[in-house]
Design a protein around this ligand. Structure first.
Ligand code: HDD
Length: 704
């Protein structure tokens, strides 16, 4: 008999019978009961269903006496509380998850039997978790870090987990190096810091001794690791996978996610300040977007290629430190993903979701990428520790949404109640126990393997610098300057001079001019010698698709505009700016010295969305400063106001000002350039707000 399938359907089914109501009931010391929300409240009970008469006081021998061990209600409650946490993920501990759907727009029937990739128009539920890598679960959202991008597709043929990152390559070529990489990047073990940062000795020591990571280093030093929003990142399945068709033929595939809102990043100083202003910046922004119905959306695209084509590439596609430039194998868009439902419960869903690259469906198969092969073990193993039981697939967020049945039994936290005598196969005693299905069951791709067994790295994996060079040379001058400056910043935090030197040595293979800039930024008086390169560095054609600036969309959709006002501001100007920005798709927030709002020139009160001290300009993509003369005078001696405009300017944002706003800019010694526009010209402001003033940067900071 098939095991009963756990369900995650309706809210009603999910909340345990008798669980706490939304409204709060509070019994004061005098014993009076306050109901704070209307409606029928179910009785509060113990986990055994016993109604609880008093949830405010433990059982005591007398009013001033000791608490009694007998108080099983107290013990049950505290015991449960003590066990509320599970081990956090060793990597990707901090994440934000959202439900949604995947819809196929073009069939890959020629290449695969996987129905999720062949049934056009079919909507498949997904749960997507986007994460940082290095920090703990409580770390901030905006460190310089890779973003994980894990999608669980609840397909009709079983769950498919595509566990990728926002960077298409990885640090290492073989999974056996993963623990070393992570130990190097995490807090240093003797001192317990830094949290969530690569800018320290152990990380760069490891990297400087691992030439294969140079391509990834270029990506992580770029602004890709400083996303403006989780809705504005690309993501990649990284490895080559295989698609297998009905004839059993296989084609290699790389998976890509492309955000509908385009790519956008912040700059380093902005990311650092955002961490202080709002440690939950990305999670909050995602929450607010989903709640407002501005559902994040990505296109799903594939790069398809044969073994023969792969043989002609100037790199080995099984090496996860390499990407396939779009110019070499174009992307084919085959679907879209929309995230439209915030989870009901963070722990039950976002924390307990268990992704495993080994979760695939028939018609999709693995490649021999040695990094992928190691991952196929690691994730199941990690879920056993985190979730504590081989039955983790029964947790609603992890359970397939198609029928599933087998003869696995028992184990911790078994939630189903299998019936019958038979728990083995083959058997002759049961007429309805699950059986293997040779015709439609999963079959691995037919692959011939030859060669000598051994701990061997293929010769074709030896070129560590060519694609790093290609990436760097594909960037705009502004992006190159950010990469060089990020390297200077990070290596300046490294105490060991030989590690700094070793890194600059590697950079010489990537681009001698980059090495010069970083060496100058670090104050070297001579250039260190480059290490021996295991393979000649190739001059690959630049790939503009690798830029961020080139992929920024000329839109205010998904962006936010902050309007700084004070008592005496002109309400009509505020309204016009607000309307223009809202019409262009932006979210607008009013910032005032007091959260209660400001008294406008008209005498009306304008409500504020944020208090100035707690709502700095780093939270916005563009700002307007609308002040009366008196308001400007008051704010001129307010450091939060000075920082507001100075940072907006320093972070290359558009600023709209009226005459009071201009006074504040002068006081803050902010120069006026083409990105500082008159508040009366809303059209000019909207145009300027859609981009950043890259040409301003050289006037506000020294870049390497
Ligand atoms: Fe990993 C989590 C992505 C290499 C071992 N990984 C994890 C998550 C993402 C990735 C997005 C978080 C999933 C979630 O939201 O729960 N990992 C990658 C990518 C890699 C990669 C794109 C290279 C291409 N990972 C990798 C290797 C190993 C691991 C080589 C080990 C050999 N990864 C893990 C893990 C984690 C994990 C320890 C921690 C939590 C979890 O699995 O569920 O098993």
């Amino acid at each position: 008999m098939a095991a009963k399938k756990p369900t995650s359907k309706s809210k009603k089914q999910k909340s345990a019978k008798g669980s706490a109501p939304d409204g709060d009931s509070h019994q004061a010391a005098g014993g009076e009961l306050h109901q704070t929300a209307g409606g029928e409240h179910p009785a509060l009970t113990t986990n055994q269903g016993l109604p609880i008469s008093d949830n405010q006081n433990s059982l005591r021998a007398n009013p001033h006496g000791p608490t009694l061990l007998e108080d099983f209600i107290l013990r049950e409650k505290i015991m449960h509380f003590d066990h509320e946490r599970i081990p956090e993920r060793i990597v990707h501990a901090r994440g934000t998850g959202v439900h949604g759907f995947f819809e196929l727009t073009a069939s890959l029937e020629q290449y695969t039997t996987a129905r999720i990739l062949t049934e056009v128009g079919e909507r498949t539920p997904v749960f997507t978790r986007i994460s940082t890598v290095a920090g703990g679960a409580g770390s901030v959202d905006t460190p310089r870090d890779v973003r994980g991008f894990a999608v669980k597709f609840y397909t009709k043929e079983g769950n498919w987990d595509l566990v990728g990152n926002n960077i298409p390559v990885f640090f290492i070529q073989d999974a056996i190096k993963f623990p070393d990489l992570i130990h190097a990047v995490k807090m240093e073990p003797d001192r317990g810091f830094p949290q969530s940062a690569t800018a320290h000795d152990t990380f760069w020591d490891f990297i400087s001794l691992t030439p294969e990571s140079m391509h990834m280093v270029m990506w992580i030093m770029s602004d890709r690791t400083l996303p403006r929003s989780l809705r504005m990142i690309e993501a990649f399945g990284v490895h080559s996978f295989r698609l297998v068709n009905a004839a059993g033929e296989s084609t290699f595939v790389k998976f890509h996610w492309r955000p509908k809102l385009g790519l956008q990043s912040t700059i380093w100083d902005e990311a650092v300040k955002t961490a202080g202003a709002d440690p939950d910046f990305h999670r909050r922004e995602m929450f607010e977007a989903v709640e407002a119905g501005n559902f994040p959306e990505w296109e799903f695209a594939v790069q398809l290629f044969t073994q023969d084509e792969a043989d002609s590439f100037p790199f080995d596609h099984l090496d996860a430190t390499k990407l396939i430039p779009e110019e070499l194998v174009p992307l084919k868009v085959i679907g879209r993903m929309v995230l439209d439902r915030w989870p009901d419960n963070f722990f039950a869903e976002t924390e307990q979701v268990a992704y495993c690259p080994s979760h695939i469906v028939q018609g999709i198969d693995f490649s021999n990428d040695p990094l992928l092969q190691g991952r196929l073990f690691s994730y199941d193993d990690t879920q056993l520790l985190r979730l504590g039981s081989p039955n983790f697939h029964q947790i609603p967020i992890n359970a397939p949404q198609c029928p599933f049945a087998n003869l696995q039994r028992d184990g911790r936290m078994q939630m189903t109640q299998p019936v019958g005598r038979v728990a083995y196969e083959p058997n002759s005693l049961s007429g309805d126990s699950p059986r293997e299905t040779p015709a439609r069951g999963f079959r691995s791709a037919t692959v011939t393997e030859t060669g000598d067994k051994g701990r061997i790295r293929a010769e074709s994996f030896a070129d560590h610098y060519s694609q790093a060079r290609q990436f760097f040379l594909s960037q705009t001058a502004y992006e190159q300057a950010h990469i060089a400056s990020a390297l200077v910043f990070e290596l300046s935090k490294v105490e060991h001079v030989h590690v700094r030197e070793a890194m600059v040595g590697h950079l010489q293979h990537i681009d001698p001019a980059l090495a010069d800039r970083v060496a100058a930024g670090l104050g070297f008086d001579k250039l260190p010698a480059p290490p021996r390169a295991a393979a000649p560095v190739q001059d690959l054609a630049p790939s503009p698709a690798l830029q961020i600036i080139g992929k920024m969309k000329n839109t205010l959709e998904g962006r936010s505009v902050g309007i700084l006002i004070a008592d005496g501001s002109d309400g009509a100007v505020i309204d016009r700016i607000k309307k223009a920005a809202t019409d262009a798709g932006a979210t607008v927030k009013i910032v005032a010295p007091k959260v209660g709002g400001a008294k406008l020139a008209s005498g009306l009160i304008q409500a504020a969305d944020g208090q100035l001290a707690g709502t700095p300009s780093v939270l916005f993509d563009a700002v307007a400063v609308i002040l009366s003369d008196a308001g400007a005078k008051t704010l001129s001696s307010e450091s939060a106001a000075i920082d507001f405009v100075r940072d907006a300017f320093g972070h290359l944002k558009a600023i709209a000002v009226d005459s009071g706003g201009r006074t504040l800019l002068k006081k803050a010694q902010v120069k006026q350039d083409a990105g500082v526009v008159d508040a009366g010209d809303q059209g000019a402001f909207i145009d300027a707000a859609k981009t950043r003033r890259w040409d301003r940067e050289k006037s506000v900071r020294t870049l390497a």
